[in-house]
Design a protein around this ligand. Structure first.
Ligand code: FAD
Length: 279
């Protein structure tokens, strides 16, 4: 059983339009902030494509007193550009980062040009010392490009040894995959917290496509159940909330240190799941 209050955090992506940004900052953020999360995080577009929007959203949130972590990767940028962005975050009072290798957007080259997350973590530490609490990514069902289960855990350890404080997982629906992964990480000498990343079921078609790309398995029984609902969106929604609430409850009851919700910039269903958990 978890003995202390689990850490809860909420992830956004930077909106593409001025209206989307306004809604995120004026409507979504106050509603989710009322749930008293440890922090928010804002993703960084593949290849650095959202450099300005990510920086803009986190700066505005931070200026209103909210604890927020920009995601960061080298993308196609050089050390001068990434270093300048890190300096900007320091100046603006941001003290958390999520450090990633990231992916190249399609058409912009392959993974060979990307800088591994452990190198980025080392770069951030060299540039800014202990200023930031750094999170890295972890994959209970293993990163799709990993050469093996054990090597992926070795590289996760490398990111944490380079100076990251904790990890957040890719989303998953198989609770056994997460706890088995924690056991293997522990056996490999990892002693830093690995928070569970949880994706509420919002748009099943998009979720199924995205899951194929990122290597997250949606169990057959969930797919079958949702397909059985056809176009009945209300039933899909309530089944999705029930399944994800149960997943989170099992995680917390079994000692997961906390949950990072991939909110998809929506208040519901994250808030409903959160309330179901009695947090
Ligand atoms: P790395 O840890 O660098 O690993 C990448 C691959 O290389 C793995 O297969 C690993 O086994 C292997 N590897 C790692 N280190 C080494 C090494 N030193 N030498 C050789 N091989 C190595 N993507 C975005 O574009 N923007 C985001 O904001 C974003 N946020 C995310 C947040 C979370 C919590 C998670 C879980 C993922 C996020 N992603 C994001 C997706 C992520 O960028 C991709 O999964 C990407 O393919 C890998 O990034 P990473 O930091 O895990 O890479």
């Amino acid at each position: 059983m978890a003995t202390s209050k689990p850490r809860i955090s909420f992830e956004y992506f930077p909106p593409k339009t001025a209206e989307g940004r306004e809604k995120l900052l004026q409507v979504t953020t106050p509603a989710l902030n009322a749930l008293d999360p440890a922090f928010f995080s804002v993703t960084y577009g593949a290849g650095g494509t959202t450099r300005d929007t990510t920086c803009g959203v986190v700066s505005t949130m931070r200026a209103s007193g909210i604890d927020v972590a920009p995601h960061l990767s080298f993308g196609g940028d050089d050390e001068a550009a990434v270093g300048a962005l890190i300096d900007t975050y320091v100046e603006r009072g941001i003290n958390r980062l999520v450090a990633l290798r990231g992916d190249m957007p399609s058409g912009m080259g392959g993974a060979s040009q990307l800088v591994y997350a452990n190198e980025l973590v080392a770069f951030i530490r060299e540039r800014s010392g202990d200023h930031f609490h750094i999170e890295v990514a972890a994959y209970p069902e293993i990163h799709p490009e990993a050469s093996s289960y054990d090597s992926d855990i070795r590289y996760l350890k490398g990111k944490l040894d380079a100076g990251a404080n904790s990890a957040i997982t890719q989303y998953f629906f198989n609770v056994e995959a997460y706890f088995y992964f924690l056991d293997r990480c522990n056996a490999a000498g990892i002693d830093k917290p690995i928070y569970a990343g949880i994706m509420p079921i919002i748009n099943f078609t998009n979720l199924a496509r995205f899951s194929r790309n990122c290597g997250a398995e949606i169990p057959r029984w969930i797919c079958q159940r949702i397909e059985g609902f056809g176009n009945d969106q209300a039933s899909i929604r309530s089944f999705g909330i029930e399944v994800v609430t149960q997943l989170c409850q099992t995680l917390l009851d079994s000692g997961a240190p906390g949950i990072h919700f991939y909110t998809m910039n929506q208040v519901e269903p994250t808030r409903e799941i959160y309330r179901n958990l009695g947090l």
